[in-house]
Design a binder for this molecule. Sequence first.
Ligand SMILES: Nc1ncnc2c1ncn2[C@@H]1O[C@H](COP(=O)(O)OP(=O)(O)O)[C@@H](O)[C@H]1O
Ligand SMILES: [Mg+2]
Length: 206
Amino acid sequence: MGESQFPGPALQQGEQLSAVAVTATLSQVLSAVDRHRPIVESAIGSPSLQWAGEEDTAAFAAHWATRPEIRDAFIALQGDLGVGKTTLVRHLLQALGVAGRIKSPTYAVVEPYELPGLSIWHFDFYRFSDPREWEEAGFRDLFASPGLKIAEWPDKAAGMLPVADVVVQIRAQDDASREVWLRPGTARGTALVQSALFHAAEEARR
Ligand SMILES: Nc1ncnc2c1ncn2[C@@H]1O[C@H](COP(=O)(O)OP(=O)(O)O)[C@@H](O)[C@H]1O
Ligand SMILES: [Mg+2]
């Protein structure tokens, strides 16, 4: 443990990827999966994406919305206040077909959405403090149900939450662009990360 599972040179945290590097990392991911090796969470070796502006956030969200794996995924969003977590959720939910206002669940902790054949729960654990609330609010049952679960501030409910399929970590840069790390925690998450990286590499080639 503590070692990257991916063969080849590890990327340093903060190092940015060219489209070519994304593709190279991806083939390493794929060959690791081919050998049925587990993908471990590792900061070093996680490729990062660059979002120049909100339109890149929207493009990423629109791609994930096309993936079947997203419909049963648990996505954890990390990053400072104002970095764009709720913005990402809004674009993802709109791309999945949610119409109307998508409120930040900062006060309600969770906002549910029902689409034909798809349940979605958008959590914000920023104000979550009492672990008893977890059982009382029925969150255990929600996380055990089929559907998409997305959580902002997952660290505030650490110990209750299941392992995230993907941890999305967003960091603001000096120029208002965003650097984004995708860390898979499950096989489903690995599929989502791979397709997002492929998509980003494709877009960069255009
Ligand atoms: N990729 C991006 N690049 C630049 N600005 C962004 C990007 N994504 C979101 N923003 C802006 O940053 C702010 C993020 O707010 P919000 O999504 O509520 O953050 P959080 O939920 O992380 O606290 C919004 O004003 C949004 O327009
Ligand atoms: Mg938010």
